[in-house]
Design a protein around this ligand. Structure first.
Ligand code: RTP
Ligand code: MG
Length: 156
């Protein structure tokens, strides 16, 4: 007999520049936590791309530091799939500040691999809306790629 399966959700994760030497251990933890990795790429953000990705934080005191940090080296971006993936991934990475994480959530990825409240090893989308936006940012849909190519053709 057919049983109702729980709804799967997608989220966007990033291994930040400070943790790119720990990709193996972090991917291992992702699999151990039961996620499926459905897309993945390594890249280095330009300042413009980092500005766009973190637009919600523009004007905050930590914004300039965040942009410099996130463009300082390669990152690994991935789409995770699983039941309640958005909240679950945020739980696996732990509190924003790695120092706090080491006190309250010592097995979290930020506790294990991050340094402080800026260099904190990993990112995770914080809502359905931001997950959709962030997945599209790193892995544009075919339609969006076509549209962009059309624009490029118009220009040349
Ligand atoms: P994320 O977006 O990277 O998953 O982290 P989050 O939701 O836990 O934290 P958020 O408030 O969205 O901040 C984004 C990133 O900015 C850096 N940050 N620096 N110096 C500071 O006070 C400070 N506060 C935040 C961190 O890299 C944080 O992950
Ligand atoms: Mg955030």
């Amino acid at each position: 007999r057919c049983r109702l399966s729980q709804q799967k959700e997608r989220t966007l994760g990033i291994i930040k520049p400070d943790a790119c030497g720990k990709v193996g251990q972090i991917l291992d933890a992702i699999f151990q936590s039961g996620f499926k990795i459905t897309k993945l790429k390594m890249c280095q953000l330009t300042r413009n791309e980092a500005f766009e990705f973190y637009q919600e934080h523009q004007g905050k005191t930590f914004f300039d530091g965040l942009i410099s940090f996130m463009t300082s080296g390669p990152i690994v971006a991935f789409e995770l799939m699983g039941v309640d993936a958005i909240n679950k991934w945020r739980e696996v990475i732990g509190p924003t500040d790695s120092c706090e994480a080491r006190k309250g959530a010592p097995v979290s990825l930020r506790a294990r691999f991050g340094k402080d409240n800026q260099q904190n090893a990993c990112h995770g989308s914080d809502s359905l809306a931001s997950a959709a936006r962030e997945i599209e940012f790193f892995f544009p849909s075919v339609a969006a790629v076509r549209q962009n190519t059309a624009k490029l053709c118009e220009c040349t």
